[in-house]
Design a protein around this ligand. Structure first.
Ligand code: NDP
Length: 242
C-alpha cells in the first residue's frame, strides 16, 4: 500500500507508541486521525500537520464510542484505510490479589475495545475492498507474566482475534496483523524501579528497552506490505526467540 494520501486512525495516540505510530505514518504522507479519551494537544496535531498532511484529534473511549470515532473519521476524510488498535491499559496485580474489576476493565479496554473498533470499521473497509488493521498485542501474550494475568489474557485474545479477522477479511482484500512489543520506554513502563528495569534489561538479548519509534517502523511495514495478513510480529530485542 502506498500510504500517500491514505487515512490512518490510531487509537490511544496521545502519547507513547500510538503517538510515534501517528508521526511515522504522517512522515509517509498519510492523513492522521488521532484518538484518546482526553483532548488531544494542539501541539501534537501541529507537529503532524508540519509534514503537509491533514490531522484531526478525535476524543472517544474505545470501550463505548467506537461507532462515533469511525463516523467522525469518515465524515472528515471520506474514507479509512488503516486502523491501528493501540489503546491499552494495565492493571497489574498478583492473581491472588486481583479483583474481578481489574480483570474485567483490562479485558474491556484492550480486547473488547479492539473488537469494537474492528467491527465498526469493517463495513467501510469491505466496501472499498482494501485497507488494513494493525492490533497492538504484547510479548506477554506469548510468554505470560507475573502480575499481568489480566493483561496477558487480553493481549493473547488480540492475537486470536487478529487471525480470525484476517481470515474473514481476506475475502474482501482487507488485511489484519498484530504487533507484539516487548519492553518499550513509555508512560506504561515508567513506573518500574531502576532495580526492576536493570533486572529486565539483563534478560533481554539486546540488553535494552525498545523505543516507540522502533514499534512504529514495524507498523509501517505491516501497512505497506500487501502480502502480510494474520501475522504477529514481535519487536522485543529478542525476548521471544524460542
Ligand atoms: P501509554 O499508556 O503510554 O498510552 C496509552 C494510550 O491509550 C494513551 O493515549 C491513552 O490516552 C489511550 N487510552 C487508554 N485507554 C483508552 C480508551 N479506553 N480509549 C481510547 N484511548 C485510550 O501506552 P503505550 O504507548 O506504552 O502502549 C500502547 C499500546 O502498546 C498498548 O496497547 C500497550 O498495551 C501496548 N504495549 C506496550 C508495551 C510497552 O512496553 N510500553 C509493551 C507491549 C505492548 P487517554 O488516557 O487520554 O485515553
Amino acid at each position: 500500500m502506498d500510504l500517500t494520501g491514505k487515512t490512518v486512525l490510531i487509537t490511544g495516540s496521545s502519547r507513547g507508541i500510538g503517538a510515534a505510530i501517528a508521526l511515522a505514518f504522517a512522515q509517509k504522507g498519510a492523513n492522521i486521525a488521532l484518538n484518546s479519551r482526553h483532548a488531544l494537544a494542539s501541539a501534537q496535531v501541529a507537529a503532524i500537520q508540519a509534514y503537509g498532511v491533514d490531522c484531526v484529534g478525535i476524543v472517544g473511549d474505545v470501550t463505548q464510542d467506537a461507532a462515533q470515532i469511525i463516523d467522525q473519521v469518515l465524515a472528515h476524510f471520506g474514507h479509512l484505510d488503516v486502523l491501528v488498535n493501540n489503546a491499552g491499559i494495565t492493571a497489574d496485580k498478583l492473581l491472588i490479589r486481583m479483583q474481578p474489576a481489574d480483570f474485567a476493565q483490562t479485558i474491556q479496554t484492550n480486547l473488547v475495545g479492539t473488537f469494537n473498533m474492528i467491527q465498526h470499521s469493517l463495513k467501510p473497509l469491505f466496501k472499498q475492498r482494501s485497507g488494513c488493521i494493525i492490533n497492538l498485542a504484547s510479548v506477554v501474550a506469548l510468554t505470560g507474566n507475573i502480575g499481568q494475568a489480566n493483561y496477558a489474557a487480553s493481549k493473547a485474545g488480540i492475537i486470536g482475534l487478529t487471525k480470525s479477522v484476517a481470515r474473514e477479511a481476506a475475502l474482501r482484500q482487507v488485511r489484519c496483523n498484530a504487533l507484539a512489543p516487548g519492553m518499550i520506554t513509555t508512560a506504561m513502563t515508567q513506573d518500574l524501579s531502576t532495580k526492576v528495569k536493570t533486572q529486565i534489561e539483563t534478560e533481554i538479548p539486546l540488553k535494552r528497552f525498545g523505543t516507540p519509534e522502533e514499534v512504529a517502523q514495524a507498523a509501517i511495514f505491516l501497512a505497506e506490505n500487501d502480502y502480510m495478513t494474520g501475522q504477529t510480529i514481535a519487536i522485543d530485542g529478542g525476548m521471544t526467540m524460542y
